[in-house]
Design a protein around this ligand. Structure first.
Ligand SMILES: [Zn+2]
Length: 459
């Protein structure tokens, strides 16, 4: 049981893998990534390291589902090979290229599987002097992945361009696209951005789990108080609800969770998104497309004829979209929109600056919510770092937020114009509690760490 293991990590007997909950995922840059269902099994890790003293290992925690999937591929593939390269099966690549590309197909699949097992939102492939590095964004922070030779990085980028229907030989101009990757158990969609750099290309993949539905609204981590304010406002029949926060602050997830909660046979819900991140049953979802001149404002103008009750505008970034969203709210629709602003109070001057008149905003605004995501302290090691959290001390994220609920005094104030200090004083009287206070409450309950909160809030 404790002797050395024969063969190489990729020729492990499937029965051995199944028994021990370990499986080789990828080997790149001389480092073998092994998925383990229980990475704290030091005996097994030691045995693996002793069996192949010449290899470097990375032990990656994988959940049971992922493990079962990887294992079934191993059984199906015989000699511990990855599945037959897609190119051979579908003939999507010319046959003379297929053989050369097979390792690249497997390399991309291994990287994407690793990204999924880490719960990564993005994968970056960045060229530098003499090579390239893969990094994964997990819980909002980048984490190192494998290093690649410049040649393999170029092949990988070509494979990605091929899947995204981009020009494979173009390496001097930025290209954007979208790809769907099969052979990974669940299908995987990714938005692709490729930009030339001084050393080669920089490839960014935003992973979109297009088949996933959003989490429940009450599973996003909002405090009871903030959740009550939010659910109160979304019960309105009409009006404007603004959600603000920087990119990656969880705005889209919150809005998708709200729309899912509101969806019913009696309501027509239309959303305009860039990109569509969740598929929502009962919601007509439309993707903006700059190449086809389908921007937020053009689509919004058309959508009134769709007879909607509820509208979601992925992002208000120009005066025309702001005006149309306010008009929709004025004419009896419930409108949700995101906006770039630093906080719930700051959303008001931001939308006024986009040309919406104060008295119009007074008539339509119901709630302004601002949110950030902070990493949760790992419940297993309480932040000291363990295998489960890849030594980061954190596991998963939770929302911290602040909200302004419009009430008669705030409305009266806006009708007569707008002053930041007066508005903020009235909002506080109406129960506004700053995000920092909401977050400190989570710190005191051990949900997150003070440093993490302050860093995320930029304090
Ligand atoms: Zn931990």
């Amino acid at each position: 049981m404790t002797g050395p293991i024969q063969g190489n990590p990729f020729s492990l007997n499937p029965a051995f893998c199944a028994h021990n909950g370990v499986i080789a995922l990828s080997e790149v840059g001389g480092e073998v990534c092994l998925g383990m269902t229980d990475p704290s099994d030091a005996l097994l890790r030691g045995r693996i390291e002793r069996s192949w003293p010449g290899l470097r290992f990375r032990f990656q925690a994988v959940d049971r589902d992922f493990f079962a999937l990887a294992l079934s591929r191993l059984y199906a593939g015989g000699e511990g090979e990855c599945e037959a390269p897609e190119a051979n099966r579908t003939g999507e690549l010319p046959l003379d290229q297929a053989e050369e590309d097979a390792p690249i197909v497997n390399l991309l699949n291994a990287i994407l599987l690793e990204a999924r097992s880490l719960g990564a939102s993005d994968v970056h492939l960045e060229s530098s002097r003499g090579g390239a590095a893969v990094r994964f964004r997990v819980d909002g922070k980048l984490r190192s992945g494998p290093s690649l030779s410049a040649e393999r990085a170029a092949s990988l980028s070509a494979r990605i361009k091929h899947l995204a229907n981009l020009n494979i030989i173009e390496t001097r101009r930025p290209q954007d696209g979208r790809m769907a990757v099969g052979g990974l158990g669940r299908p995987l969609d990714a938005r692709v951005s490729i930009v030339p750099t001084v050393y080669g290309e920089s490839v960014a993949l935003r992973l979109l789990d297009g088949t996933d539905s959003p989490p429940d609204l009450d599973a996003l981590g909002f405090s009871d108080r903030e959740l009550a304010r939010l659910t109160g406002a979304i019960g309105s029949r009409s009006g404007l609800i603004l959600v603000t926060g920087p990119t990656g602050s969880g705005k889209t997830t919150t809005l998708s969770a709200i729309l899912r909660e509101l969806s019913s046979v009696e309501l027509k819900i239309v959303s305009i998104e860039d990109p569509v991140e969740y598929r929502l049953e009962g919601v007509t979802q439309i993707q903006t497309d700059d190449a086809l001149s389908l921007s937020f404002d053009t689509l919004l103008r058309r959508i009134f004829r769709q007879d909607p009750d509820i509208l979601m505008v992925g992002e208000i970034r120009d005066a025309e979209t702001a005006r149309l969203a306010a008009r929709a709210a004025l004419t009896g629709h419930l409108v949700f929109a995101t906006l770039h602003a630093t906080g719930a109070l700051e959303a008001v001057p931001r939308i006024l600056n986009l040309g919406v008149e104060p008295y119009v905003l007074a008539g339509v605004l119901r709630l302004s919510l601002a949110q950030r995501l902070v990493r949760k302290t790992c419940p297993r090691c309480r932040g000291s770092g363990c295998d489960r959290c890849c030594q980061t001390g954190y596991s998963g994220r939770t929302a911290v937020s602040e909200s302004v609920i419009m009430n008669p005094p705030l409305r009266a104030h806006l009708e007569s114009g707008y002053s930041g200090t007066a508005f903020s004083a009235l909002a506080k009287r109406g129960g506004f509690k700053p995000m920092l206070a909401d977050g400190m409450e989570k710190v005191s309950r051990g949900i997150t760490a003070r440093d993490e909160l302050l860093r995320e809030l930029g304090r």
